[in-house]
Design a protein around this ligand. Structure first.
Ligand SMILES: *Cc1c(COP(=O)(O)O)cnc(C)c1O
Length: 389
């Protein structure tokens, strides 16, 4: 049986008529960049996410870059980022000649460990970028508290977590000063190329983001500030507008698949339960979980952009699954502090043990909404065969 990591064809088939029409409508309108499709998409996201403003941009990476430009990040300023994330989170800081300052991850959620942030704050620190990795909200309450105390901006990297919710029910991205999302095709809400979104509740930040999205001119051709070309194509907005009404349904299906995997692992005797904090010698597969229960027993609404297990013999397991037609992926094998391009920052192996363990042991299993139950069963059967024989 073949189990791809992600297959977007069934989603396209299910919405083919609407998507084809929307794309042709843009071609017919000859309005290719920004314009009415993008404006309507932005209005729909304000409603959907519960944010005052939404601004369509050229990619998730550009959303982060533009957010940092909007808070006027200067060369030499410091920005706190988790040591374990997709490269863009730290890359955008360096592109503005500012300094990314790394913080270790939480061992359960892979997200930034709030208890380790404060010791990294200096007089040069300007912002924190918590990442909602794999579709689960970072622990925003303490992050916001620290930011308030030290007068820092919070820019949320929600590229993998559009419509995920923090334990208090708020959508990730709408909690800090600026939220950033990506419409890269493999994200939970993907367009047909590159695209992204910025949200904010702050009138001033909205204004500066909109100006800097188009080179910073205000009025056009008169520049008090420097921006760039961070515009979104109408075609991408049209595709997103067709897909957005289905996002909640897809998230539910991903969550169902995750719950099914968890149960299958437990039934197979490979894991005892979720809810543990780190490696347990008696458990051979460590399962992901929705964390940070609040006082009402509500947990994060995890939308599983990735379903990540952790296992000691990760590389051998990956090969075994590949040999059995099951595609998996290693996100992210090298944490930021061990990347060659950041070697000048003076970090060394051992500085961020949780990020390093995550990089060494995590494996993403197929989790997309259209997976069939027999495929999930097959994946866990094969992992059982690998572990127990
Ligand atoms: C995908 C991703 C980005 C970048 O988004 P693009 O649209 O590919 O530029 C940034 N941060 C994280 C955590 C991501 O997963």
């Amino acid at each position: 049986m073949k189990v791809p990591l992600l297959d977007l064809k069934p989603q396209y088939q299910s919405l083919k008529k609407e998507l084809d029409e929307a794309i042709l409508k843009v071609a017919g309108s000859q309005y290719f960049i920004l314009g009415p499709e993008v404006t309507k998409m932005e209005e729909e996201f304000c409603d959907f996410l519960g944010s005052k403003y939404a601004i369509g941009v050229s990619s998730g990476t550009d959303a982060l870059l533009l957010a940092l430009m909007a808070i006027d990040l200067k060369p030499g300023d410091e920005v706190i980022v988790p040591a374990y994330s997709f490269f863009a989170t730290a890359g955008v800081v360096s592109r503005l000649n500012a300094v990314p300052v790394f913080v270790d991850s939480d061992p359960v959620t892979f997200n930034i460990a709030p208890g380790k942030i404060e010791e990294k704050i200096t007089s040069k620190t300007k912002a924190i970028i918590p990442v909602h990795l794999y579709g689960q909200s970072a622990d925003m309450e303490p992050v916001m508290e620290i930011a308030k105390q030290h007068n820092l901006k919070v820019i949320e990297d929600g590229a993998q977590a559009i419509s995920a919710q923090y334990k208090d029910g708020r959508c990730t991205g709408t909690i800090g000063d600026i939220g950033c999302y990506s419409f890269f095709p493999s994200k939970n809400l993907g367009c047909y190329g590159d695209g992204g979104l910025i949200v904010t509740n702050d009138d001033e930040l909205e204004h500066i983001v909109r100006i800097k999205r188009v080179h910073g001119g205000e009025p056009k051709y008169y520049h008090k500030v420097i921006g760039g070309n961070f515009r979104l194509d109408a075609l991408q907005a049209a595709v997103i507008r067709v897909k957005l009404p289905h996002l909640n349904d897809w998230s539910e299906k991903r969550r169902k698949n995750a719950a099914r995997y968890n149960q299958l692992f437990i039934d197979a005797g490979l894991s005892e339960e979720t809810g543990r904090t780190g490696f347990d010698e008696n458990n051979r597969v460590l399962l992901p979980e929705a964390a940070y229960e609040n006082i009402n027993g509500l947990k994060n609404y995890h939308i599983y952009n990735q379903y990540i297990i952790r296992i000691e013999k990760r590389d051998k397991l990956k090969q075994f699954l590949t040999d059995n037609d099951i595609s998996t992926e290693i996100y992210y094998p090298v944490p930021f502090h061990l990347q060659e391009c950041f070697s000048g920052l003076g970090y060394k192996k051992g500085d961020f043990p949780n990020a390093e363990t995550a990089g060494d042991t995590s494996l993403a299993l197929p989790i997309y909404p259209e997976l069939k139950d027999e495929q999930l069963v097959y994946v866990v059967d094969k992992i059982k065969e690998f572990i127990i024989g």
